[in-house]
Design a protein around this ligand. Structure first.
Ligand code: FAD
Length: 413
């Protein structure tokens, strides 16, 4: 694809700059070729397109009243999508344990595959992971591709994506799912670019058209104000990352089904320009946010970093994880790993306590599927009360220490 400004026609009117949703157009002071006689201060402004930001959406082409922007769409290479079959999950394991998201994705992958009448597979990479792979066979998948090598022991994007690209090109699955985790996000973007196919990140819903096989990938868009459903009708595989806790884990079967397929990585260059120096455990919290049954979250209402200790104290008594709104994270009161919401983590605990959080749509996107929501806010009109099961209209500086004390008394009783 190519897009260009025809300098002779551009009058520097700013319309294209205003209409571009991606901020890809700027105006620069530049002499017009037909106006060479002008002094510098009379030089005209010209639109310039930043190709790194341009998505070739064509809005500027349609909006320019002077026909000064031209876009050429290259010939799309045809792809025989009928060659692609099966639904795959890119499994995640860390230090001998399968990550919860893998099971969540298996449950959904099996449902999608059944509708299409195709097989489900998990791909697991690591070193000495045969036992982990075996465990996955209790969850109803047809195959587990095991890629085992010392250089795959810890997750590194380069060798992991090389192995996956090799396997995908060989086996041609029609759908690939991974978690919206650091690993899933790093891998699927690399794979999508290499295989020239689409990728929808951070999905919160997946459905399939049984006839066409098109995967309807739903995710929040425009700051969470709309839900967009995206399809990839002309390319395969269709790839999506899915937020943790969106899908339920299927029940573990009593017997293993399916088979292990060992992938030969012999001919592949598994070197990496990056290496893992050491693993440092996050010590800011004892309970992992994604796995917590109870979460206590704080927002701007805490007024400063020192007051997060109130949230940590309550969380400790409840054996809960600690969450935060983006404002609290942006202010530097607590690390990003605690952020809940559209650009943070999606959580669905049994109890979510939101203290001093207004309930902006982007925060709700990350916690609204919690079983019970308790909101503490001194503003009775705060939007968080619309989704709260229990609302406490009060000052959090009174309520949180009171709750900590009461729960501690109950535990001691
Ligand atoms: C693209 C995009 C992505 C975003 N992603 C996220 C995200 O992932 N997560 C997220 O959280 N936000 C996100 N945001 C930001 C979001 O829009 C809000 O700005 C943010 O959630 C507000 O944080 P808050 O509720 O802590 O602060 P505020 O909205 O300022 O609310 C503070 C609340 O505290 C209450 N309060 C004040 N003092 C007290 C007190 N003493 N006792 C009790 N209550 C008190 C106030 O009444 C108020 O309701 C995103 C925004 C955009 C544009």
């Amino acid at each position: 694809m190519d897009i260009k400004i025809i300098q002779e026609k551009c009058v520097g009117c700013v319309i294209c700059k205003q209409k571009c949703p991606f901020g890809a157009i700027t105006l620069i002071e530049k002499r017009h070729p037909l106006q060479e006689g002008l002094r510098a201060k009379e030089a005209l402004r010209l639109a310039v397109i930043d190709i790194q930001k341009c998505t070739f959406c064509g809005i500027c082409v349609n909006e320019c009243p002077f026909g000064a922007i031209e876009m050429e769409k290259g010939e799309e290479k045809g792809m025989d999508i009928s060659l692609y079959k099966g639904v795959w999950v890119i499994g995640e394991q860390k230090r001998g344990e399968i990550e919860r998201i893998t099971y969540e994705l298996i449950g959904k992958a099996i449902k999608l595959a059944r509708k299409r009448g195709v097989e489900t597979a998990v791909v697991l990479l690591g070193d000495n992971i045969k036992t982990l792979a075996d465990e996955l066979l209790y969850y109803g998948v047809d195959r587990v591709y095991v890629c085992s090598a010392p250089s795959l022991k810890d997750f590194l994007p380069e060798p992991y994506s090389k192995v996956l690209i090799h396997l995908i090109e060989k086996e041609k699955p029609e759908i690939i799912l991974a978690g919206s985790t650091t690993q899933g996000r790093a891998l699927l973007s690399r794979i999508a670019v290499n295989l020239h196919t689409g990728l929808t990140a951070d999905c919160t819903g997946l459905e399939i058209d049984e006839n066409t096989g098109n995967l309807a990938q739903t995710r929040p868009a425009f700051g969470g104000s709309v839900m967009a459903t995206i399809i990839t009708p002309k390319h395969r595989p269709q790839m999506a990352t899915v937020r943790p806790r969106v899908f339920k884990i299927p029940e573990r079967g009593k017997e293993k089904k399916g088979k292990i397929v060992e992938v030969d990585t012999g001919g592949l260059d598994l070197s990496s320009r990056t290496k893992l120096l050491k693993f440092v455990r996050d010590i800011t919290t004892e309970v992992k946010l994604e796995d917590a049954d109870i979460i206590v979250s704080g927002g701007r209402g805490l007024k400063g970093p020192e007051n997060f200790k109130l949230i940590f104290e309550l969380a400790k008594v409840l054996n809960a994880g600690v969450g935060a709104s983006r404002v609290a994270v942006d202010e530097g009161w607590i690390p990003y790993s605690h952020q809940v919401g559209q650009t943070g983590k999606t959580v669905a605990p049994k109890v979510y306590i939101a203290a001093g959080i207004s309930g902006a749509i982007q925060h709700l996107a990350g916690m609204q599927t919690s079983d019970i929501i308790v909101a503490i806010n001194k503003d009775p009109d705060a939007p968080i009360f619309k989704i709260a099961d229990y609302g406490i209209v009060a000052d959090l500086f009174d309520v949180i220490p009171y709750l900590t004390k009461k729960f501690q008394e109950l535990l001691n009783a």
